[in-house]
Design a protein around this ligand. Structure first.
Ligand code: T3D
Length: 263
């Protein structure tokens, strides 16, 4: 299948999806969201796919929502931020969580905003030494979305989640490992090989049992995921109406520090 924003390769039962907008650290457009939905839908139906790897081209994993779209350049006209989450990001997170096959995030570089939280939605995270995680939302006056308000405290605990979400500080790979955000950190030159070895191993195990285990983990650890995603969209709608959101986006696009007023 040919995509505009993704590279797709299947080998030994492993589907590797590579986000492919390296010039903007694989920031997400509507086209990318649609293509990811389609790719996961196909993977769900295709019995020959028994493990999925999500990674990024170039030096980034994914920088979250393409902020040029907010300036009207990329995917206009835009729905409201809340509707955008309800129609785009939330169903993608639900798909990653409900596909009954293991999904590995191969975090090759920076994962920011929704890009970080899409990685957190995956079952396992392998980080390159070059990886980092940023809950970038606060820097543009937004709240964590794409399941981040659930996945982050679940993985690192409430106090650290609050620190990361409130400050937007960047976590490097070693710190991410120490906090339990990633399963392992691998030197950059061995990164894809190590990821591929794990994915190939998982793809050769009893897929149905793994899928049912995932279903049971979902029920045990995140039975209210749908409600939480819907609530995040409501909170994001409120945050998107603030002056600080407009200022944060303008500052990012103009490459200057933001001046937040609390309004
Ligand atoms: O709107 C809705 O629908 C609601 C949904 C929201 C979901 C979200 O994800 S909101 C959060 C959006 N993402 C961000 O706020 C992250 C913005 N990016 C950054 O903070 C930084 O780029 C990083 C921390 C990710 C990486 O920093 P650094 O210094 O390693 O790289 P850089 O120089 O900032 O970025 C490299 C290029 O990518 C640069 O372009 P240039 O100058 O080379 O032409 C930069 O503008 C571009 N880029 C990075 N992130 C984005 C982006 N372009 C568009 N959108 C981005 N998100």
């Amino acid at each position: 299948m040919a995509y505009e924003t993704l590279l797709s390769e299947t080998m030994d039962g492993v589907l590797t999806l590579t986000l492919n907008r390296p010039d903007v650290l694989n920031a997400v457009t509507d086209t990318m969201l649609k293509e990811l939905h389609g790719a996961f839908r196909e993977a769900e139906r295709d019995a020959s796919v028994r493990c999925i790897v999500l990674t990024g081209a170039g030096r980034g994993f994914c920088a979250g929502q393409d902020l040029n779209a907010h300036g009207g350049a990329a995917d206009s006209p835009r729905p409201s931020v809340g509707d955008h989450l309800r129609q785009g990001y939330n169903p993608l997170v639900q798909r990653i969580r409900t596909i009954e096959k293991p999904v590995i995030a191969a975090v090759n570089g920076v994962a920011a905003g929704a890009g970080a939280n899409l990685a957190l939605a995956c079952d396992i995270r392998i980080a390159s030494e070059a990886a980092s995680f940023v809950q970038a939302f606060v820097k543009i006056g937004l709240v964590p979305d794409s399941g981040g308000t659930l996945f982050l405290p679940l993985l690192v605990g409430m106090a650290k989640a609050a620190e990361l979400a409130f400050t937007g500080d960047r976590l490097n790979a070693e710190e991410s490992l120490r906090l339990g955000l990633v399963n392992q950190v691998v030197p950059a030159d061995a990164f894809m090989e190590t990821t591929r070895a794990l994915a190939t191993r998982l793809a050769a195990l009893p897929t149905r049992a793994i899928g049912l285990t995932k279903r049971a983990f979902n029920r045990a650890m995140m039975p209210h995921l749908d409600d939480i995603l819907a609530y995040e969209a409501d909170m994001q709608t409120l945050a998107s109406r603030t002056h600080d959101n407009k200022e944060g986006i303008a500052a990012f696009l103009e490459k200057r520090p933001p001046l937040f007023t609390g309004q």
